[in-house]
Write a protein that binds this ligand. Sequence first.
Ligand code: T4K
Length: 405
Amino acid sequence: MNTSQPIPEHAESSSIKVAQRRADLAVEGAPPAFDTALHVGGPNVGDRDLFMRHVGEMFDRRWFSNNGPLVQEFEQRLCKELGVRHCVAMCNGTIALEIAIRALGMEGEVIVPSYTFVATAHALHWQGITPVFADIDPHTHALDPDAVRRMITPRTSGIIGVHLWGRPAPANELQAVADEHGLHLMFDAAHAFACTYQGKKIGSLGRCEVFSFHATKFFNTFEGGAVTTNDDELAEAMRLMRNFGFAGYDNVVHPGTNGKMVEICAAMGLANLDAVHDIVNVNRRNHELYTSHLRGVAGVSILPMAEGEESNYQYVVLQVGEDATTTRDQLVEILQAENILARKYFWPGCHRMKPYRDLFPNAALMLPETTRIAERVIVLPTGTHVSEKAVASICSIIRVAVNGH
Ligand code: T4K
């Protein structure tokens, strides 16, 4: 897969700052490393000409929404890409989660990690289901199957695993827990497009998997999402549910909502699909550079992606150890002063956000690893807007902030 245009990188001055001592840092009064903000999640753009061609044809057809030809083509391409029978494209990942949860018939309590984007929990709470937070494995940041077992009650109806950072959740172990207790299992795969589990593309694990194609994801459709599944009945129910339950004109056969992906978003998806390979290559290069520049810097480390698996490398996760001379929050401030808008994803954990902190004031007792990891992580900028020089600059700032030189 090749783009017809080179993938652009962030406009930056040729002499980008490489910090060598504390006096070089913006917090000490030096000029910031970047003139404009360097974001985590700056959008990647694939083949603009292809996008414009699709949009032109869309205008000619005067067909903008409601399962149009671009959405259908996008769904077919994703099925092929992911090796799964059904793909139901949606307006965003959160609505896709809500529809999948409802189509599965989840109710009562559903076990989820607290260490995830809040949409995973909100998609349950929004429809009157109680998210029950289970702890994570600190080495992978994914749900710990033993912790899941401890949270099962007679009201539990399901488990939602999250492939956080594109690292696969332990799907086989979670499936075993689900089977033992007769629970539904699905996955929030918002981070995991183009990633593998045991060598196979993520997309057909559990009863279904949910992707996000938000602007900040390495593969985006402006806003968008999809549910993928090999279950024919489930796919049919979700297709009805995303379009008010309509089966043809004037014929409502199912409860539903409006979860449809629009044609212009599918056009963006089709243009970006051809660029996925190139974008992943840039992300991988940046991830390797961050890892090698920071190797040996005491107190900080980059979370590796899963060994033996393919990854999209869209998140560069820096862990600030308890032995570091700078706290995580101090390091974020130092980076932000340089116009490097590093993020504290997913601090403080869903269980410490409203409404969950009021609903479950004692949740932290069962979440020691979540609490610890949420205090230690910084996500650094990557993507096609982040050059090799930018990575070197960011790493020099981190090194000086932590080591003093
Ligand atoms: N499950 C998981 C595990 C998820 O991570 C997400 C979404 C979902 C479910 C739900 O999927 P969606 O319903 O969103 O499809 C962002 C994204 O909004 C969210 O999609 C994403 N996860 C989450 C991890 O990150 P924020 O609140 O941090 O986004 P925001 O608006 O601060 O954007 C991040 C940075 O990106 C900004 O500092 C600026 C930059 N940016 C953003 C946009 C939209 C740009 O440079 N250009 C842009 O167009 O949540």
